[in-house]
Design a protein around this ligand. Structure first.
Ligand code: PLP
Length: 402
């Protein structure tokens, strides 16, 4: 018969008995969480700033909530490390940073299309990106009726075929913008389409070289006017691959977070990955050989096995496409994930490490002692890219900044 007196004295119950009022608000590290190393971001900002040199400005790209790291945290750490300005994708992202008290230049990389948005951009002192005369005129109207001056950057499409005016429009467009009384064109830029897949150092004919030539031709056509503009072209891949792509400023995202866009840069700059994803084990159990695990029984045990349930799932940002393909680190040992990743949970096979207990922590992504699991690897395994892997961590996962 079950002896309740002894059971009550078990370790778990003693802990529970000691619970205080503060236990009513869950510890952010009670289930699954993201750890963000703000010192790593600061370090990366210093490293990148040194790499581009004193004649080149460093823009820290903190869109998508700082690639899943928390925009405010990243922005502050990057500026501390020497970044000169910030880049965001949306108006809301820019406003959020202003509200957090950041006073530096903030460029909105997306396109604002109406006078409400552009008025808001002006009000919050955010620099919009303009791809044509339509938005430039709206900027002028908005600024004029508020008796203000609107600083803008012009985007040129050199081959990305997304935002930007075409190269042969630039001269006329700049002339027209310069005629607008309340608008000041402060910068001109373009975006690379292939910098992370090809190396212009090795091959002059790559598409990045073509984009560079087009951008240079556009600048040449502007004559002396281009000396008064902040000219920028490079993302992380462009920044790291060729100094000719730097111009007056580089816009770095991925490398600021500590990752290289491709593995073949052949340089070790000392970038430090800033993000770690951790989850707690909520149940450990023994199952028979031949037991189907999880939805659809995508995995069946091939032996008597010990399984651990971890409290993290695809709703937390771990793509379901990674089901059965990843491993997590615990005490420097990798344990394989098995079965389909569910919305809130996933299962690990810990047969090789039977001493694992409920409440212990698994590192799914990032550094655990000597072990490092990279977002590049997850990208590779799930048919994605490290950028998407990183910005998946949002909504439910609490962030713990160290
Ligand atoms: C996102 C973005 C960047 C940063 O790209 P990374 O590859 O992450 O360095 C730079 N420029 C523009 C226009 C972007 O949208």
């Amino acid at each position: 018969m079950l002896n309740m007196t002894n059971f009550n004295k078990s370790e778990e119950f003693v802990t529970f008995g000691g619970a205080t009022k503060s236990s009513l608000t869950p510890d952010p590290c009670s289930r699954a969480w993201v750890e963000v190393d703000s010192k790593a971001i600061e370090n990366n900002s210093i490293v990148l700033k040194n790499f581009v040199g004193k004649d080149c400005l460093l823009m820290a790209v903190v869109k998508a909530d700082g690639y899943g790291h928390g925009a405010e945290t990243v922005a502050k750490a990057a500026l501390k490390g020497g970044a000169d300005s910030l880049g965001v994708a949306t108006l809301e992202e820019g406003i959020e940073l202003r509200k957090a008290g950041l006073g530096c230049q903030i460029l909105i990389l997306g396109n604002l299309i109406n006078s409400e948005e552009l008025y808001s951009s002006l009000y919050w002192d955010l620099v919009p990106t303009i791809s044509g005369i339509r938005e430039a005129i709206i900027c002028n109207n908005v600024a004029k009726s508020n008796n203000k001056n609107f600083n803008i950057h012009l985007k040129v499409d050199t081959g990305m075929t997304r935002l930007g005016c075409s190269c042969n429009e630039v001269e006329e467009l700049v002339f027209k913008i310069d005629c607008l009384e309340n608008v000041s064109l402060k910068g001109i830029y373009s975006h690379l389409a292939m910098a992370d897949s090809a190396h212009i150092n090795n091959n002059d004919k790559t598409f990045t070289r073509i984009q560079l030539n087009r951008f240079n031709n556009v600048l040449k056509a502007l004559g002396k006017r281009n000396n008064f503009l902040c000219r920028h072209l490079a993302n992380s891949a462009g920044t790291l691959s060729d100094k000719h792509l730097h111009f007056d400023m580089v816009r770095v995202g991925l490398s600021l977070y500590g990752y290289l866009p491709t593995n073949d840069f052949g340089i070790d700059l000392g970038l430090k990955p800033a993000l770690t994803v951790k989850a707690r084990i909520t149940l450990v159990r023994d199952v028979e050989n031949g037991t189907g695990v999880g939805y659809g029984h995508c995995f069946t045990t091939q032996r008597r096995s010990k399984l651990a349930v971890a409290a993290i799932g695809y709703a937390d940002g771990v793509s379901r496409a990674l089901s059965g393909k990843i491993s997590a680190s615990i005490d420097g040992v990798l344990v394989p994930q098995v079965g389909a990743i569910a919305m809130d949970q996933m299962v690990f096979d810990i047969t090789s490490k039977p001493e694992i207990k409920v409440g212990q922590v698994l590192t799914l992504l990032g550094t655990d002692g000597e072990m490092f699991i990279s977002p590049q690897k997850w990208g590779y395994l799930s048919g994605s890219i490290p950028w998407e892997v990183l910005c998946s961590f949002r909504n439910r996962l609490p962030r713990v900044v160290t």
